[in-house]
Design a protein around this ligand. Structure first.
Ligand SMILES: Nc1ncnc2c1ncn2[C@@H]1O[C@H](COP(=O)(O)OP(=O)(O)O)[C@@H](O)[C@H]1O
Ligand SMILES: Cc1ncc(COP(=O)(O)OP(=O)(O)O)c(N)n1
Length: 269
């Protein structure tokens, strides 16, 4: 049996809703073999982030080499990269191992406001990693920091996507979850045309790890050979189901339900 393989380079969320834990659960649900390179340990739960402990440079480099020397992932995603040094290291190994299908989730700040990327590393992300991306998936505040523009309207979301493609990302997906209003519109741009993914906003506190899960689902679908548009479409259905069928875990912003999409596919409640 041949199975698609995907690698996530990201931080750890002990609570299991975001970071590498969310990525691995998503890969597994979508029938993709998952591998990890851990960049940092974030001590967190549904009420917030209590501490961030970066892995040493050597520790990350060795994980990248151990992976690259033996495995051939069909797609790779990055999440929490934390510092300039880690981004530079990932970019160097990306070139060295000639990986493909890079999905960049430019994680910057956790829901409660804890920084997951140092301020000065944003420019390094733009110059070193985004030019290798098949798709970059910022939320609205991340897109504002990457592009230097404020984003209020749909046309500003389109302009931000254009700027990300100009930076070298083949596709850009500006996620609309941070907007207000009853409908959420995610804008996908391929350098020529725009696609709009519109969904009803679900009223729930349990949206921890939505960005991680969404980008992991895109990565899994790319690993299986889908086009970017097909991958984003499936991933959007995956995250919508995961938010809708809430688990209600924890006292604060709980994790999304990684089981929901496949349960629905099987016709289960
Ligand atoms: N309450 C919600 N209802 C439906 N979809 C949501 C909701 N919150 C987030 N999403 C979807 O999850 C994805 C990621 O959410 P977003 O808040 O934009 O990014 P992040 O989790 O990275 O901050 C987006 O596509 C968004 O549409
Ligand atoms: C280890 C780790 N990585 C990323 C995040 C942020 O996840 P995200 O999907 O943006 O969801 P929220 O934290 O905004 O709910 C994280 N918290 N931890």
């Amino acid at each position: 049996m041949r199975i698609a393989q995907a690698l996530t380079i990201a931080g750890s969320d002990n609570g299991g809703g975001a970071g590498i834990q969310a990525d691995l659960k998503t890969f597994q649900e979508l029938d993709v073999y998952g591998m990890t390179v851990i960049t940092a340990i974030a001590a967190q739960n549904t009420t917030g982030v209590q501490g961030v402990f970066p892995i040493s440079y050597e520790g990350i480099a060795q994980q990248l080499d151990s992976t690259g020397d033996d495995f051939k992932p069909n797609a790779v995603k990055t999440g929490m990269l934390y510092s300039t040094e880690i981004i530079q290291l990932v970019a160097e190994k990306w070139r060295h191992y000639e990986w493909s299908n890079l999905v960049i989730d430019p994680v910057m700040v956790a829901k409660g406001g804890a920084p997951l990327l140092q301020q000065q590393a944003i420019q390094t992300l733009i110059t070193e990693l985004i030019p290798h991306a098949q798709i970059t998936t910022p939320n609205i505040p991340e897109a504002e920091l990457l592009t230097g523009m404020s984003i209020r309207s749909l046309s500003e979301r389109e302009e931000a996507a254009r700027r990300l493609v100009q930076m070298g990302s083949t596709y850009a997906l500006i996620k609309g979850g941070h907007d207000t209003g009853g409908m959420i519109v995610d804008v996908l741009y391929d350098g020529q045309s725009f696609h709009y993914l519109e969904n009803i906003r679900i009223v729930t506190p349990h949206t921890h790890g939505t960005g991680c899960t969404y980008s992991a689902a895109i990565t899994a679908e790319l690993a299986k050979g889908s086009s970017v548009l097909a991958a984003v479409t499936t991933a959007r259905a995956f995250i919508q189901a995961a938010i809708e069928d809430e688990l209600g875990i924890g006292a604060g912003h709980g994790p999304t339900n990684h089981f929901a999409y496949q349960r629905r596919q099987r016709g289960e409640k």
